[in-house]
Design a protein around this ligand. Structure first.
Ligand code: A2R
Length: 308
């Protein structure tokens, strides 16, 4: 059977499917890494949910395809792959609904103060009086940064909540029904919520800057389901503390799983441990796409979802 390098652990269903077509060689389990790479010098295929460096590519000189689990490819050295004629695939679309529902869930949780209200009951405080009034999503304006595959699903769900949807990206999408802002700061000034869902790459690093968050202001809040690198995190923490930014609901962090512990105890913050696509159904579908890309590569058929 054809060999395959598996970088790190994957879902049991994915590994099971891989093992039907490949001899799966587990990199993370190898005690002697040099011996592992030497034994896989002729291996053409790899699967990963943990990125892929240029150094790894150099150690696998026959590599033709890396099939990556996830839509974001920021942990894979795409430039190095291109230079070495290695194709890379990802798992777009199958996770749109799961990420979109978490984005809206985080926004709702922050807006209606669901976490502190839950704690209020557990602390026995309801017996002494009603919980304070909260904000409401109905009629509020939300600006989506990145009206892509996931962004459009978020927009659909925000409309179901009777919100006004606008968006920012590098270019206007003429056939979308939502108003476009070329200037992110101008959008931030006009909206109550920002939801960020762009890829993590040099062009998006720090896109949600201190000035954007100041423009969003004390009555505004940011939701991030893209990558931690999109937000200037130290500035965000400062602004949340001073009240110059109203709130934040975050599924991703610059140095995750680490983050400033200051975020843990803020009442105007909701935290989630990178759960966007983390449902049984979606993770199964992502794994299935990882496998289907590799089967296509092995058969010499066109790749299903190539990135490069
Ligand atoms: O800029 P455009 O018109 O190409 O729109 C893309 C937008 N985008 C940006 N917006 C502003 N400044 C940038 N430098 C920039 N770079 C990209 O992000 C597009 O609307 C959106 C990305 O959409 P998709 O490529 O369809 O990605 P998808 O599947 O929605 O996933 C987005 C990200 C992943 O890369 C992961 O980091 C995370 O969400 O799960």
């Amino acid at each position: 059977m054809e060999d395959l390098v598996l970088h790190g652990p994957m879902l049991a269903s994915t590994v099971e499917a891989l093992e039907k077509a490949f001899t799966v060689n587990r990199l993370w389990e190898a005690g002697d890494k040099d011996a592992f790479y030497a034994a896989n010098a002729g291996t053409r295929f790899a699967a990963t949910g943990h990125g892929f460096t240029a150094e790894m590519m150099d150690k696998l000189p026959a590599l033709e395809v890396i099939s990556s689990f996830g839509v974001g490819t920021d942990s894979i050295d795409l430039k190095a792959a291109k230079e070495r004629n290695i194709r890379v695939t990802n798992t777009p679309d199958v996770l749109n609904d799961a990420v979109a529902e978490l984005a809206v869930g985080l926004m709702l949780t922050l807006c209606r103060r669901i976490v502190p209200a839950h704690q209020y009951i557990k602390d026995g405080k309801w017996l002494d009086g009603a919980y304070p009034l909260t904000g409401e999503l109905t009629g509020a304006k939300v600006g989506i940064i990145g009206l892509g595959r996931i962004g459009k699903e978020i927009a659909n769900r925000c409309q179901a909540f009777k919100m006004q949807v606008v968006y920012h990206g590098r270019r206007e999408q003429k056939f979308q029904p939502y108003p476009y802002y070329a200037d992110l700061e101008a959008m931030a000034r006009d909206v109550d919520w920002i939801i960020a869902v762009v890829p993590g790459d040099p062009s998006t690093a720090g896109l949600v800057s201190e000035s954007v968050m100041k423009a969003l202001g004390p009555n505004g809040a940011i939701v991030n389901v893209g990558r931690g690198s999109l937000i200037d995190e130290p500035a965000m923490i400062r602004l949340l503390k001073s009240g110059e930014l109203g709130g934040a609901a975050l599924d991703v962090f610059a140095e995750e799983p680490k983050m400033s512990e200051e975020l843990w105890n803020m009442d105007n913050v909701v935290l989630s441990p990178h759960q966007g696509s983390a449902t049984h159904k979606t993770r199964w579908a992502m794994g299935d796409l990882v496998v289907r890309n590799l089967l296509a590569a092995k058969a010499g058929d066109p790749l299903i979802s190539p990135v490069v």
